[in-house]
Ligand binder design. Structure first.
Ligand code: GUN
Length: 287
């Protein structure tokens, strides 16, 4: 039987509607419009598209956004200077530095420089530490978006075996941290696999929920999926001009219980969670 398609685009639209109502009532009570500052360095076309999508989503939700475009040869000092100005700007509630940054700039130095109160990507070590301890200020956008897909499609996570493929700081590691928490939509048994994992296909095939975030096109084949499993595809790879995920979609969809498409699965959810964090930041900064 073919898998149910998890429609991230539709679920993200619902969340944006909920957020638009929250943004509107926050504005009515405080007079404040949440405001996201996006920083884009260089001219990577994919990054430009992601940032544009984030700004459009802000607009639909009643959140203000400002784009700071910097040249590809911007120095680390110049970027740190801008981040410092945004940290001190009372009108700005969230700061997003689109990754990757050009090679001459240390991503770690820049992400560490973003004020933890405005770190809507949840990349600052203080915010990562708070997630680890189960008392988050912000939730990491992609992992939280995936968790919302599971909750909103009534997938039982408590006691489930979640296998995460990939150990990136943006997805894999925080995904594992989130799912292992003592919390609704979590309480899972988590296995985090990566390029050095032995028997990765066998481990993947024991997953009730399989999260593919390794950045390799069609890496997850049907043999790596347990019949009926929930398959979440975080990959965005361009192959012959076409966007494909980390999952070999058609054969896996024959086996899985449910599956996210690429595009239209996880991507729109990441953006919705960024908006939610921006509202959270505005609420915190304005009492
Ligand atoms: N580049 C790829 N994914 C992300 C993300 O979630 N946030 C930022 N800032 N950059 C990214």
């Amino acid at each position: 039987m073919a898998a149910t398609i998890i429609d991230g685009k539709a679920i993200a639209a619902t969340i944006r509607e909920e957020l638009a109502a929250d943004v509107s009532s926050f504005h009515a009570s405080s007079g404040v419009t949440p405001h996201l500052a996006a920083v884009l360095v260089g001219d990577d076309p994919a990054s430009a598209v992601y940032v544009r999508n984030k700004q459009r989503a802000c607009e639909k939700t009643g959140i203000a956004s400002t784009l700071h475009r910097l040249d590809a040869d911007t120095s680390e000092e110049e970027l740190l200077d801008l981040v410092g100005q945004l940290n001190n700007d009372r009108q700005i509630h969230g700061i997003l530095c689109q990754l990757p940054l050009p090679g001459q700039i240390s991503e770690q130095a820049v992400l560490d420089a973003v004020s933890p109160d405005k770190d809507v990507d949840c990349f600052h070590p203080e915010n990562v530490g708070l997630i680890a301890q189960g008392r988050p200020r912000f939730l990491p956008c992609t992992p939280h978006g995936i968790q919302q897909l599971l909750v909103r499609t009534a997938v039982e996570t408590s006691g489930a075996h979640v296998v995460v493929l990939g150990r990136s700081d943006i997805v894999g590691k925080p995904m594992g941290l989130l799912m292992v928490q003592k919390a609704e939509g979590a309480n899972a048994t988590v296995t985090l696999c990566h390029s050095r994992t032995r028997n990765l296909p066998e481990i993947a095939a024991t997953a009730d929920i399989l999260v593919a975030a390794i950045g390799r096109a069609r890496f997850v084949t049907a043999e790596m999926v347990k019949p009926g499993a929930v398959v979440i595809d975080v990959g965005i790879n361009r192959v012959d001009g076409k966007l494909v995920g980390d999952v070999d979609y058609e054969p896996v969809a024959e086996i899985a219980g449910s599956i996210t498409p690429v595009p239209g699965g996880v991507g729109p959810m990441t953006i919705a969670m960024l908006l939610q964090n921006t509202l959270t930041a505005a609420r915190e900064l304005h009492g």
